[in-house]
Write a protein that binds this ligand. Structure first.
Ligand code: BEZ
Ligand code: FE
Length: 287
């Protein structure tokens, strides 16, 4: 057996990890070993830098719990989350594109009928989001479920509030028989990702903007169609070009059109101005 040298260490490690019991794990691990060895060689990694990196990774783990996932955040800000989304969601050009899930989705949101106000009692400008859920052949998907969630006007998600016992700015809307949906909420604002942990500490040493542009999250999981996790972004809002998690796509930017007090898209009468956004979600038919 060859003992280790700077020249042969990579081959020795590759040989070991090639013994992984599943072929896919062998591929994942040997490729990882090759890339991290190349990285260390390319930057001539110093021992101090390696210790600093280990300490940073330790903090990322220590600050994470069932409500906060700093590893996901780290993956988001280096563009890895969005790259994985792109690799796994190669839809037809006509389909609504996917984007990052983010750390704030909560399972099991309450069912909501057409026009339900998921912002009841929360300050903000009323916003109606309407349109249809159709498939890539243009066929409406009757009763499609839109799992919707967003932050409030201070950029806070329900998942970030301790001990809350009812759904806040999240609901599962059912589309009607012709695939039409109507979400009533408040206009979201841009917000900053959590900057009080090791990811924020790293970013403060750069010129990277920590903001996400104003958006609402949507998730669809309809039988016979590819699962879709996406957002809608407000046209003209700040940070569209610099979204810290690389989540913006042209097709997902929609106008929030101002309306004066009067009849709203759900048929009710509003005594103050409101906004209306229109978007047809197009789900990729499963092949
Ligand atoms: C979000 O939009 O909820 C989000 C996505 C990635 C990182 C932080 C927040
Ligand atoms: Fe968000």
């Amino acid at each position: 057996m060859a003992f280790v040298s700077e020249e042969n260490i990579t081959d020795l490690a590759l040989e070991r990890w090639a013994t992984s019991h599943s072929p896919r794990m062998a591929e994942l691990m040997t490729t990882l070993v090759r890339h991290i060895h190349d990285y260390a060689r390319e930057v001539e990694l110093t021992s101090d830098e390696w210790v600093t990196a280990i300490e940073w990774l330790t903090e990322v783990g220590q600050i994470s719990d069932d409500k906060r996932q700093e590893f996901i955040l780290a993956s988001d800000v280096v563009g890895l989350s969005m790259l994985v989304v792109q690799l796994n969601n190669r839809f037809d050009d006509t389909a609504t594109p996917a984007t990052v899930l983010g750390p704030f989705h909560i399972d099991g949101s309450p069912p909501a009928p057409y026009g339900f106000d998921m912002s009841d009692g929360i300050e903000g400008t009323p916003l109606f989001v309407t349109g249809r859920v159709i498939d890539t052949e243009g066929t409406p998907i009757p009763g499609a479920i839109l799992d919707v969630w967003q932050a409030d006007a201070t950029g806070t998600y329900e998942a970030q509030i301790p001990d809350i016992d009812e759904a806040r700015l999240r609901a599962k809307y059912a589309a009607t028989d012709d695939g039409t949906y109507c979400v009533r909420t408040i206009a979201p604002l841009g917000y900053t990702i959590p900057m009080d942990g090791p990811v924020g500490m790293l970013m403060r040493n750069t010129d990277i903007s920590e903001y996400r542009p104003a958006h609402i999250h949507f998730m669809f999981d309809e039988p016979g169609h590819r699962k879709l996790i996406t957002h809608l972004f407000q046209h003209g809002t700040d940070y569209l070009d610099t979204d810290v998690v690389f989540g913006v796509k042209d097709e997902l930017i929609v106008e929030f059109s101002p309306h004066s007090a009067g009849k709203a898209p759900d048929g009710t009468h509003l005594d103050r101005p409101f906004l209306v956004a229109h978007h047809d979600f197009v789900l990729q038919r499963a092949k």
